[in-house]
Design a protein around this ligand. Structure first.
Ligand code: GDD
Ligand code: MN
Length: 397
């Protein structure tokens, strides 16, 4: 039984050293996630092994990742191992879920090319060789798609088709740059080069592992091969409404965490904590019921404490991916000084806008303060992105 990886969902850069010294190097690792597939597992292992033994004999591994199926799928797979030397089995007890099963399988894999196929024979195994040849032609990602020439679904109900297409449309609205890159983002049948996703912290939800790979990976060349999604011959789909909810959560999580829009949303969220700090300190210092200090002096202290608060959260979260590549106290201090100078310049702008609005437009210091903070937030985001956490400082990958 393969040991189950735990902790961060991150694929190692190089193939796990599970390559036995005296065996052929494994170039391709195919994950077969299973849950209650006892009636299908023998068939799928046999068909996949036959195909791969012909195409890349002994240079592949099949990794069945089973979540402790009540029907003992893992046990049946384990008992098949003597007949299939390239077969490995991982039985997960603590963790459950399709997409994390695939990633744990990839973490334990040895191949430079990683793949996933459903374990219920709804993904035609023979398509694997076409996907493999696309990778050999140089593709980073080869996806089996139901929505290109030669693609389709068998007897799906109107509802199922509607839900699948609806989910895709929703994805196009929330994450056009990701979902729009493939014709079948819901596909669970694809091959990916390890280097495209290695080292990146993945945090998928539910079923759709492909959108996680597209969202967080560095994928340039994508190839698609049409296939018809087959009817199940045994067992039943585990898809419930829970997977649809998780899909939406997954889209929103990816939206928040990738690209400039995700970064601006995170910067804005951090700015909100800064507003809270700014308002609280402004109240504690300037309100007649507390210290009753002058507005400007209170505002400067409040704003400086808010700046320090914002730097801390922006450095570990908003720009965390960049700061982690600029390690060390000196670098961090440099970023803090730049951030502070930019935000102090923003503070001058803030105080000017606050007084301008307070004296000429809205005679309420809290509302005027909010408008001033919003104005300065855009200033701070843009200039800090360009100067404090500038990407040019980061070694190009
Ligand atoms: N380890 C593990 N853990 N495997 C799981 C789990 C789980 O929690 N849930 C499902 N699986 C396995 C099933 O055993 C099957 O091999 C595969 O994942 C797909 O599960 P199904 O329940 O059959 O899903 P489907 O037929 O509705 O397929 C849909 O989702 C697939 C996965 O994304 C379609 O969208 C397919 O295109 C897609 O491949
Ligand atoms: Mn299925």
């Amino acid at each position: 039984m393969l040991p189950v990886p735990y902790g961060v969902l991150q694929i190692p850069e190089l193939a796990v050293a599970s390559q036995q010294p005296d065996t052929n190097p494994i170039c391709f690792s195919l994950i077969v996630p299973t849950y209650n597939e006892s009636k299908n597992i023998k068939n799928i292992v046999r068909q996949l092994s036959q195909l791969l033994d012909d195409a890349i004999p002994r240079a592949y591994e099949l990794i069945v990742v089973d979540d402790n199926s009540p029907d003992d799928t893992w046990k049946i797979a384990y008992e098949l191992m003597p007949d299939y030397p390239q077969l490995k089995v991982m039985r997960r007890i603590e963790e459950r879920g399709l997409s994390t099963a695939v990633i744990r399988g990839w973490q334990a894999a040895s191949g430079e090319v990683l793949g996933v196929i459903d374990g219920d024979l709804q993904h035609p195994p023979e398509l694997l060789l076409q996907l493999w040849s696309e990778i050999q032609r140089g593709a980073d990602l080869a996806v089996a798609s139901r929505h290109v020439d030669g693609g389709g679904v068998s007897e799906w109900s109107f509802i199922r088709r509607f839900l699948s297409r609806g989910a895709q449309l929703l994805g196009l609205i929330i994450l056009p740059g990701v979902i729009g890159r493939v014709s079948d983002p819901m596909s669970g049948y694809f091959l990916i080069r390890r280097q495209c996703i290695a080292g990146r912290i993945l945090s998928p939800l539910g079923y759709k592992i492909l959108i996680e790979v597209l969202g967080r990976g560095k994928v340039a060349w994508i190839a698609e091969v049409g296939y018809v999604f087959q009817e199940r011959v045994a067992g039943e789909s585990k898809v419930t409404s829970k997977q649809y909810v998780e899909y939406i959560q997954h889209l929103l999580r990816l939206r928040l965490s990738i690209g400039p829009i995700g970064r601006l949303i995170r910067f804005g969220a951090v700015g909100l904590t800064g507003v809270f700090v700014d308002m609280l300190v402004l109240y504690l210092l300037s309100d007649p019921s507390t210290l009753g200090w002058g507005l400007t002096r209170s505002k400067i202290i409040a704003a400086e404490l808010a700046i320090l608060n914002n730097f801390f959260w922006n450095d570990i979260w908003t720009f965390g991916d960049i700061s982690r590549r600029q390690p060390g106290k000196r670098q961090r201090l440099k970023r803090l000084l730049k951030f502070n100078i930019i935000c102090l310049a923003g503070l001058v702008l803030n105080v000017l806008v606050l007084n301008l609005i307070y004296n000429f437009i809205i005679h309420n210091q809290y509302l005027a303060n909010l408008v001033a903070i919003a104005t300065v937030t855009f200033w701070n985001f843009w200039v800090n992105l360009k100067l404090s956490w500038r990407v040019t400082d980061v070694k190009q990958k």
